[in-house]
Design a protein around this ligand. Structure first.
Ligand code: SF4
Length: 410
């Protein structure tokens, strides 16, 4: 089966708009992050928002925890290139202040703003302004009454009930511009909470594993939870909550969505073999150099770094462009066809040069600029010499099989 033909069917949700970004329905799954600056530091926060936007962030959240932060938002929102959501905990008046500041969305934690009249006051104001609210349930800060009801434990049912209670307050004032999250730092708990939530509501869902932590464990925990749900068609917007530069959150989100085919490729998808006894070059070093060389280049291509010319070009034949090592040279291939052989030290520079050419002119033009037959012959020469030197069976498996037979027959 053509891997490109496999698509995860998305669960149908209602659509809302956060500023000019549609969330839910058939809108692309959006990527969110949160600034780590003091929101009162307008220039510092805007610099971070620009960095996040450059990395592919669609929506940004800033804390609104005091008057100075609300004032900061009034100055940040008109200059932000992407919609700004104010994150509210404990003080419902900060939600009203953020609305005055002109934010395009609010996030309320039902676990710490609990008075119905406060919740309804915010929802009424948001309704009148057409500003959406995320009901952000968090396993770590659940309403104590729910905690007690469910036996002193945080359960998926308790988290879903918390969201439903908040929806009911919003419905009382005729407000339905809602998205919902039920995050937890425990991955199985978070997955089950979202599954149950998706059964009882068609409001769009914001996915995340809260407090996933520092890298690399944070990447893995967040991906485990978010990817499991996306593969079931659940989720309309995502955030990686990493203890790292928030730009890393956006890169991780983009990589996940692009690898799932849920967002169009924006950056290079670098694939590389894991290396083995056949490797003719330090694959890890070359792959890392290629990763760094492509980090800031927006080239929507799949590029392969392969350790040997014997297996590399075949295994990476679907890549737009790739290079495989052999006899101290780099064998460059485009869509599986050899196009050039370059000294090993020039492998990464050559990849960059060809990648830029392909991104601008296309694969056909790249293939047309070389003598394909000559390139094929040269590659074949190195390939067959390596076969002769090392044999087709680098792990000597035939001899091992022979020994196994003898041992069993003894
Ligand atoms: S491409 Fe070559 S070096 Fe890399 S894992 Fe495959 S056989 Fe080994």
């Amino acid at each position: 089966m053509d891997a490109g033909a496999v698509v995860f069917e998305r669960r149908k949700t209602r659509q809302i708009k956060v500023g000019d970004v549609a969330v839910g329905g058939d809108a692309p799954i959006s990527i969110q992050s949160m600034t780590t600056t003091k929101t009162a530091d307008v220039d510092g926060t805007l610099a971070q928002i620009y960095a996040l936007t450059g990395a592919g962030c669609d929506i940004v959240r800033c804390t609104c925890n005091d008057l100075a932060a609300a004032e900061g938002l009034a100055r940040i929102v008109p200059r932000s290139p992407i919609p700004v959501i104010a994150d509210i905990h404990h003080q419902y008046k900060m939600a009203l202040a953020a609305l005055e500041a002109g934010v395009q969305g609010l996030r309320l934690n039902p676990g710490n703003i609990r008075k119905p009249e406060h919740i309804k006051a915010v929802a009424t104001e948001a309704r009148d302004r057409g500003v959406p609210i995320r009901i952000g349930v968090n396993g770590g800060s659940l309403d104590p009454s729910l905690y007690d009801k469910y036996g002193g434990r945080v359960t998926p049912e308790a988290m879903v009930e918390s969201a439903q209670m908040e929806i009911a307050y919003f419905e009382d004032v005729g407000f339905d511009l809602i998205k919902i999250s039920v995050k937890a730092s425990n991955v199985p708990l978070m997955i089950e909470a979202y599954r149950q939530l998706s059964e009882v509501t068609d409001h769009p869902l914001h996915l995340g594993v809260t407090e996933a932590g520092p890298l690399p464990g944070g990447y893995i925990k967040a991906t485990a939870g978010i990817a499991a749900l996306l593969s079931e068609g659940i989720g309309d917007t995502i955030r990686y909550s990493l203890t790292a530069d928030p730009v890393e959150e956006v890169r991780a989100g983009r990589t996940l969505l692009e690898s799932f085919g849920l967002r169009e490729r924006k950056n290079v998808d670098l694939i590389a073999c894991p290396s083995c006894g056949r490797a003719e070059v330090d694959v890890i070093a070359v792959a890392e150099a290629a990763r760094d060389a492509f980090a800031d280049r927006e080239l929507p291509l799949q590029i392969a770094v392969m350790g040997c010319v014997v297996n590399g070009p075949g295994e990476a034949r679907d890549a737009d462009l790739g290079i495989a090592a052999g006899k101290h040279r780099g064998h460059l291939f485009v869509k599986g066809q050899n196009v050039a052989v370059v000294p090993e030290a020039e492998m990464v520079d050559t990849l960059v040069e060809w990648a830029e050419f392909i991104a601008e002119n296309g694969t056909e033009a790249a293939l047309a600029r070389v003598d394909l037959e000559k390139a094929r012959r040269e590659a074949e020469k190195d390939r067959s010499e390596l076969f002769e030197e090392k044999g087709a069976d680098v792990n000597a498996s035939e001899q091992r099989v022979e020994l196994i037979h003898r041992r069993v027959a003894d």
